[in-house]
Design a protein around this ligand. Structure first.
Ligand code: ATR
Length: 275
């Protein structure tokens, strides 16, 4: 029931109508009987400044930020968490008495989605496909956990800058060429492959890498929320552990809910709402 006192939360994206975050957060608000609701706002890039001002003006309590605003919102906020600063992207904003705090819960959410499946990345040799915004959160999270990383991207220079930037965090990170990629995969030197590119969103997309010769113990992850051609091909090649992006979506939301409310989120209920 929306009343005069109802607190407003939301998500800013463009497009945003496909977002499942309202389902997940409204389910959690209902669980606690909170007088709050969560709405999706389709914010055009040229309106982001005004939309961010509106968080304060309308006293919205918190918002999630998604594509294409995660980087551009940063200078519009009052404070950034160390993760948000290091990753260069914000996906969660908390309004505390008119001051806007920016967080990045994607990195933690990604690690949590692995650990709930019993996957720990310390010392694992991991191939990250892509070097865009989504890759930054993943590479940051994995580097912090002490994985050994190889980054392949269509535009090689972006993979090289990412490797250089996060290489100082104490992890071993290298950018790899197309040729290195084939060798790495075929020589069985990879424990996990993670697709962070947009390849796989459309059914007709080519695979982001040739996985024909992957060894069956290799874990294959895709940040896309559905069973992509990559995950399908990995299963067909005999890989026993494959993960789509729905776990990361859940856990980044769980952490955002906790930041906003200070409550322990009802994880299974939120998972069910997403499903
Ligand atoms: P996001 O925030 O979702 O990561 P992004 O920052 O635009 O979006 O990054 C998209 C990633 O997908 C990049 O690594 C991009 O490769 P380039 O840096 O070469 O552009 C990758 N990508 C997108 N379309 C691709 C394609 N057709 N083939 C290979 N890689 C692609």
């Amino acid at each position: 029931m929306i009343k005069g006192s109802t607190a407003i939360y939301g998500i800013f994206g463009n497009p945003v109508s496909h977002s499942k975050s309202p389902l997940m957060h409204n389910a959690a608000f209902r669980y606690f009987g909170l007088d709050a609701c969560y709405v999706a706002f389709d914010v055009l890039p040229e309106r982001l400044d005004q939309a961010t001002q509106a968080i304060r003006a309308l006293n919205m309590r918190g918002v999630n930020i998604t594509v294409p605003h995660k980087e551009r919102i940063m200078p519009l906020l009052d404070y950034l968490s160390p993760e948000a600063e290091a990753i260069g992207a914000v996906n969660t904003v908390k309004n505390s008495q008119g001051l806007l705090y920016g967080y990045n819960t994607d990195a933690w959410g990604f690690i949590q989605s692995l650990s709930e499946r019993g996957i720990y990345v310390k010392g694992k040799r991991i191939l990250v496909l892509g070097a865009g915004g989504a890759a930054r959160a993943v590479v940051y999270a994995l580097a912090k956990e002490g994985a050994v990383l190889f980054i392949y991207n269509r535009t090689a220079q972006k993979a090289e800058s990412l490797a250089l930037e996060y290489g100082s965090m104490g992890s071993i990170i290298s950018a790899v060429s197309q040729k290195d990629l084939e060798d790495l995969v075929s020589l069985g030197g990879i424990d996990m492959v993670i697709n962070t590119t947009s390849l796989g969103l459309k059914a007709e997309d080519p695979l982001p890498c040739d996985i024909g010769s992957l060894n069956p113990n290799t874990i294959v992850c895709d940040l896309i929320y559905k069973r992509t051609p990559l995950l399908q091909a990995a299963s067909e090649a005999g890989c026993t552990t494959t993960l789509d992006g729905s776990g990361m979506l859940l856990w980044q939301g769980v952490y955002a809910f906790q930041i906003w409310t200070g409550l322990t989120p009802p994880v299974e209920l939120m998972r069910e709402a997403l499903r």
